[in-house]
Ligand binder design. Sequence first.
Ligand code: ADP
Length: 583
Amino acid sequence: MPVRLPLATAAEARAWLAATFRARRRAFVVVIGLFCLASVAGLAGPQILGRLVDSVVAGSPRIDVLAVSFVVILLLQAVLKQIARARAGMLGERVLAETRERFVERALSLPLGTVEAVGTGDLLSRATTDSDRIQYAVRNALPEISVASITAVITVAAMIVTSPLLSLGLLAVPVVLFLPTRRYLRGVPPVMERMLDHWADVQTRLHETADGARTAEALSLVGRRIALGDRTLGAAIREERRLRSMAVRWVPWLQLSQVLPIAVMLLTGGWAYAAGLAGLGTVATMVMYQQALAAPVEELLWWMEDLQVSGTALRRVLGVRGHGQPRHGGTPQGREIVLRDVRYGYSADREVLHGIDLRVPPGERLAIVGPSGAGKSTLGRLLAGVATPDSGSVTIGGAEVSALPEDLLRREVLLLTQEQHVFAGTLRENLTLPAGEWTGEQLVAALDAAGLADWLATLPEGLDTRLGSGARAVPAAVAQQLALARVVLADPHTVVLDEATSLLDDSSARQLERSLRRVLDGRTVIAIAHRLHTAAAADRVAVVEDGRITELGPHAGLLAAGGSYARLVEAQAVAATRASTAE
Ligand code: ADP
């Protein structure tokens, strides 16, 4: 199963709700006040009808006046409810917009390592499906639930005022409902959490399958992917069913709790009328109140499940908010990079780096070489603060790299990999991705330094030309050079290069290497080199084998020593000769 982001606790969700309420107390009070007024207006109906019954019994019916008042009251109630709903809707939308903005903020500040570990599915499902669930609840459930609960409370109060004796019938409600409701409310949250988790898995699987569709097809994995999708979907559907069956078991009790009080009231009412304790009008009013109570209670039931789902969805969304650790790694005093006994694994059961010690003085060009899968890229990620060591420390100028605040970290060290994404947006937006303010001249100068002056001249709208999907296509080499221009702008003193040129054809690679030399001049450069000729130009070479640094020293020294590095160079030379003979 994929790694998941945590869930905010119910207490955290409640605290968030309370804080949201406090921040908009006035607006909330106005909405609740309007709903109360609408409910009070609604209570007049049964009272008027009760009077009508009494006036008919007394032999002097006043149908016209009472009927007109009845219609006026109904209209008033409808208008008040409409205004209240509109205001509740607006309030909800504002709260929702803020929640989404904060979610995006938190999601963007999650450590890259965490985002990679959880995959896109969990985060996406929280940003889309879960947010939609909250949106649905805020738009529909909250106004309806507010109306229903306020109406229910006020109706019960009116019943007690109208006839305390007949109101005793209401006691049947808790007697019937207490145990089944407690069982239902306790049982639902865990099922709901599992259900939403499974739906997030469904999204992850779908995403992976769509992303890797060609690979799956090429490797004849389609059947397996479909089976995996079915299994994940099956798990989500099982939890959905469990939830439905819990609701189905609860509903009959709820319905019984609505009709039983009427029976009790009619029986007590008959007795009280015979005993002269209540008029027929009062009995009629009470029965109508009880029937009027059925509608809001049914509404509450109807929305209860949505509310529970959105409550869990809220905890998932807030779970992302609460996840980012505040970073406070102190301020680096100097530029020396020091690794002390660094251990790291992507999962708890498999360590990839087994105790790395390394010291990189400012301005050094260090090449990291070694066989594939030895841990070079992982080491690069730790050096750039993308991942945090499980034990040991990676420091720049004495400050823990992975604990540096994001903006400070990017001025210290940047990781350049072969995957450089061009975002849909203008060239200017693509360049100013690392937060910061730059003038047009600075942006042009950075493009120039990255060797993109000629390319810029070909763009119809210069810095405001739209790039990326659906707009101007950007070749891989230019995407890499754009990343270099960002390095110039962010101006970090250390750059970690992870095979920045390996995806390019030879001429693009040479062009990029020229730009690289210019941009990297004067910075500390740690280059993860798969082509060893890069290593020859470095001040020192570190050989990583099976998660350990096995050799460290200048190119010539290591060659002379005749160890792993010498063997790697020899192997690559033999491979190159074979390739050229084959051609
Ligand atoms: P290199 O750069 O030397 O080729 P890597 O640092 O990419 O090696 O990988 C080192 C080990 O860590 C490999 O065994 C690889 O399978 C594993 N590994 C790399 N990335 C991940 C990841 N995202 N999740 C799990 N294991 C990984």
